[in-house]
Design a protein around this ligand. Structure first.
Ligand code: 4NP
Length: 152
C-alpha cells in the first residue's frame, strides 16, 4: 500500500483538490487498491468549524468533470508523518508549518507537489488569489508528475 497525504494551510482549497485529482488518476489506472490517499491542513481552525471543501474548489472540479465526495478539513497530526509514505505540501510555508508539527523530516518524505515537475515552485493559495483555475492546472501537472515519479 502506497500512502499519500496532501497538505496545505486550511485543507479546504488546494490539498483536497490534489487529493481528489490524484484519486481520480489512480482510479483511471485501476490502482485504487494500491493506494491510501488523504489530505490535511497545518492549521486547525477549519476542522474546528467543521468546514467542507471550498466552493471554488468544488466549482472548478465540476467544470472539469472531476467526480468527488465531500471532505472535511482536519489538522495534520504528528502520527501522520510515520503513517504516510509521501507528505505532499503545496508551498514552502506549508513545509515549515509541517515541520513545526512533526519535527525533523528524518525520512525525507516531505516535498512540494510541483517539486515533481520540471518547474519546481509553490502552488498559489486560491483563498487569497481567487484563481481556482490556475490552482487546478498546477494541481493537475503536479499530480501527473507525482504519479510518474511513483510508477515511472
Ligand atoms: P488552502 O487555502 O490552504 O489551500 O486550503 C486556505 C483556506 C482557508 C484559509 C487559508 C487558506 N483560512 O484562513 O481559513
Amino acid at each position: 500500500m502506497i500512502k499519500v497525504l496532501f497538505v496545505c494551510l486550511g485543507n479546504i482549497c488546494r490539498s483536497p483538490m490534489a487529493q481528489i485529482v490524484f484519486e481520480n488518476l489512480v482510479k483511471e489506472y485501476n490502482l485504487e487498491d494500491e493506494f491510501e490517499i488523504d489530505s490535511a491542513g497545518t492549521e486547525g481552525y477549519n476542522e474546528a468549524i467543521g468546514a467542507g471543501i471550498h466552493h471554488g474548489t468544488k466549482d472548478v472540479l465540476k467544470r472539469n468533470g472531476v467526480n468527488f465526495k465531500e471532505h472535511f478539513s482536519r489538522k495534520m497530526r504528528k502520527a501522520d508523518y510515520e503513517y504516510y509514505d509521501y507528505i505532499i505540501a503545496m508551498d514552502s510555508e506549508n513545509i515549515e508549518d509541517i515541520k513545526s508539527i512533526i519535527g525533523f523530516d528524518k525520512d525525507n518524505k516531505i516535498k512540494r507537489l510541483l517539486d515533481y515537475t520540471k518547474n519546481p515552485r509553490n502552488i498559489k493559495d486560491p483563498w487569497y488569489s481567487g484563481n481556482f483555475d490556475e490552482t487546478y492546472e498546477d494541481v493537475k501537472k503536479g499530480c501527473m508528475a507525482l504519479f510518474e515519479a511513483i510508477y515511472g
